[in-house]
Design a protein around this ligand. Structure first.
Ligand SMILES: NC(=O)c1ccc[n+]([C@@H]2O[C@H](COP(=O)([O-])OP(=O)(O)OC[C@H]3O[C@@H](n4cnc5c(N)ncnc54)[C@H](O)[C@@H]3O)[C@@H](O)[C@H]2O)c1
Length: 269
C-alpha cells in the first residue's frame, strides 16, 4: 500500500506515538486529522507539520460525537477516511485500590473509544471493500503490566477487540492491525509529574524490560507493517518469544513475572 493521498485519522495525535505517526503519514503523502484532547496542544501539533495535509479536531475521542466530528473534518477537508489509528491511551491507575471511576475512564479511553470508532467507520468500509483500522494496544495486552491492573486489563481488551474485528470483517476488505510495543520514549512512559509507588513500579519495569524505542522509529515500523497488511505489529520483536513462552507454559510464565515484580519492587525501596 502506498500512503500517498490516503486519508487518516490519528487519535492521541498531539503527543508521543500519535504525533510520530502523524508526521510519518504526512511525510509519506497522506492527509491527516490530528485528534487529541486539548485544543491548544492539538493546534500546536498541526502547526508543527507542513501546511495543508493536516487539520486538528480536539475533544475526548471516547465521545461518539467527537468521533463523528473527526470523520466529518476528514471528509470535508480531504475525502473519505481510509485509515483510523485508534491510538489515544492512558496509563490508568494501580491495583485493587483503583476506583470504579478510574476503571470506567480506562475502559472508555483504552477500549470503548476503539469500539465506537469502528462502529462509525466499518459499515462504510465494508460497502467500499476497503479500510484500515489500527489499534495501538501494548505488549501489556499480550503479557501483563506489573503495577497496573487497569492498564493490563484494558490493553488485553483492546487486543481482543482488534482480533474480533479482524476475524469478522477481514473477508469484507477491512484490514486490522494491532500495535503492541514495550517501552517507547513518550510522556506516558516518562512523565514529568510525580508518580506513586505503583506507577513507579510500572514505569521502572517497562524501562528495564527492553530497549526504549523512539516514537519516530515505532511510527516507521507501524506504517510499514500496516502497508503489508500485518495484524500483529511488534516494534520490539522479542515480545513474540515472551508471548510464546506464556502460551507454552502459563504457570512458569506467572512465576517469572512474580519474580520480576519482586526484583523491581526491591529497586524501589
Ligand atoms: N509509551 C509507551 O511506552 C507505550 C507502550 C505501549 C503502548 N503504548 C500506547 O501507545 C498509545 C500512545 O501513547 P504514548 O506513549 O504516545 O502517550 P502520550 O501520553 O505521549 O500520548 C497519548 C495522547 O493521547 C491523548 N489522549 C488521552 N486520552 C484521550 C482522549 N480521551 N481523547 C483524545 N486524546 C486523548 C493525550 O492527550 C496524549 O496526547 C497509548 O494507547 C499507549 O497505551 C505506549
Amino acid at each position: 500500500m502506498d500512503y500517498h493521498n490516503l486519508v487518516a485519522i490519528v487519535t492521541g495525535g498531539a503527543s508521543g506515538i500519535g504525533a510520530a505517526l502523524t508526521a510519518e503519514l504526512v511525510a509519506r503523502g497522506a492527509r491527516v486529522v490530528v485528534a487529541d484532547l486539548d485544543p491548544a496542544a492539538t493546534d500546536t501539533a498541526v502547526a508543527a507539520l507542513p501546511e495543508g495535509p493536516a487539520v486538528a479536531v480536539a475533544g475526548d475521542t471516547s465521545d461518539p460525537a467527537v468521533i463523528d466530528a473527526q470523520i466529518a473534518a476528514a471528509e470535508k477537508h480531504f475525502g473519505p477516511v481510509d485509515l483510523y489509528f485508534a491510538n489515544a491511551g492512558i496509563g490508568g491507575a494501580g491495583g485493587l485500590d483503583a476506583t470504579d471511576d478510574q476503571w470506567a475512564t480506562s475502559l472508555n479511553v483504552n477500549v470503548l473509544a476503539r469500539v465506537r470508532a469502528a462502529r462509525a467507520l466499518v459499515p462504510g468500509w465494508t460497502e467500499r471493500g476497503s479500510g484500515h483500522f489500527v489499534v495501538t494496544a501494548s505488549a501489556a495486552g499480550l503479557l501483563s503490566q506489573i503495577g497496573n491492573a487497569t492498564y493490563s486489563t484494558t490493553k488485553h481488551a483492546a487486543v481482543g477487540f482488534a482480533e474480533w474485528l479482524a476475524i469478522t470483517y477481514g473477508d469484507a476488505g477491512v484490514s486490522v492491525s494491532c500495535v503492541c510495543p514495550m517501552g517507547v520514549d513518550t510522556p506516558l512512559l516518562r512523565p514529568e509529574r510525580p508518580v506513586d509507588d505503583d506507577e513507579a513500579l510500572m514505569l521502572r519495569t517497562v524501562e528495564s524490560a527492553g530497549t526504549v524505542l523512539s516514537a519516530a522509529a515505532v511510527a516507521v515500523t507501524v506504517l510499514d507493517a500496516v502497508a503489508r497488511g500485518e495484524f500483529l505489529i511488534l516494534p520490539h520483536p522479542e515480545v513474540l518469544d515472551m508471548y510464546r513462552g506464556k502460551g507454552a507454559d502459563y504457570g512458569r510464565w506467572l512465576g517469572g513475572m512474580r519474580k520480576l515484580q519482586r526484583v523491581m519492587r526491591g529497586t524501589l525501596s
